[in-house]
Ligand binder design. Sequence first.
Ligand code: A3P
Length: 288
Amino acid sequence: SEGNYIRTKKYEGKLYVSLIPGNIKDHLEKIDSMEVREDDTFILSYPKSGTHWVFTIASMLRTGKSTYIGSPQFLDYNDVEVLDKLPSPRLFASHMTFDRLPRQVREGKGKVFVVSRNPKDVAVSLYTFLLKLNQADFSGSWEGFLRFYMEGKMLYGSWFQTLFDWEETEATYKGDNVMYLVYEDMKQDLLSNVNKMASFLGVTYDQSFLEEVTDRCTFKTMVKTIIDEIKPQDQEFIHRMSDEKKLPIYRKGEVGDWKNHFTVAQNEVFDKLYQEKMRNSKCKFRFE
Ligand code: A3P
């Protein structure tokens, strides 16, 4: 295995996964000066917020085909030399903050989707994912995990800090190549979000294609067909990830599953922390 998803490296006060090839500083510098193309798409998130969901929709909108493709290329731990050679349209993902994106993106080139999700469902999704992930070698208790999560001692740090970083970007960045998506809103009305994503990308299709994309990207359809439809070369990634036949990324896909995991006491502690931390935030997350 190439590394451990739980282990992180700290650089300039922020945490990065230890899968980064070579030295972090060199890798971040290479990303900073990466050549960006107009039709590049970047999907940014705190882990388990719906990265693969937004990626799948964006890939269909970029290619004009409703086929599933394996998974996005992560800026965080792929060699930039390899990313440079990928054919267009390229779709990248990252759990890093805006300041770590290629400079040309921060100057307006390419398109960026930022997706966020309520922190209780993220906690459950992350915990259950790590248990299943071969590379993570993780077997901690939910109680202990939740404590670390609330303290921000996680890969990519604190959910709260990540949200605040994006709120600051939203308030200060003047470019028009960033679109903010919310998991709970997508669950509520996927078609209208697919429509908005298409306009943001500047692509035009018949409404029937956008409806097809929406149908193909519901949790039920994805979980049922994605494994059978992904090309063999992309399957390898799935098997490396977990021993299960089902991709561990597609677990329940619901809003409010946290209720099956948080005890009443854990929920009270979390709510208290949430209220304190979110005092100055404009974001209002829905938990059910
Ligand atoms: P759950 O573990 O709660 O099911 P990421 O891609 O950022 O790792 O996020 C994974 C989470 O997004 C998982 O949450 C997964 O089930 C959910 N997800 C993936 N595809 C989805 C879809 N089509 N609809 C709703 N949720 C989806």
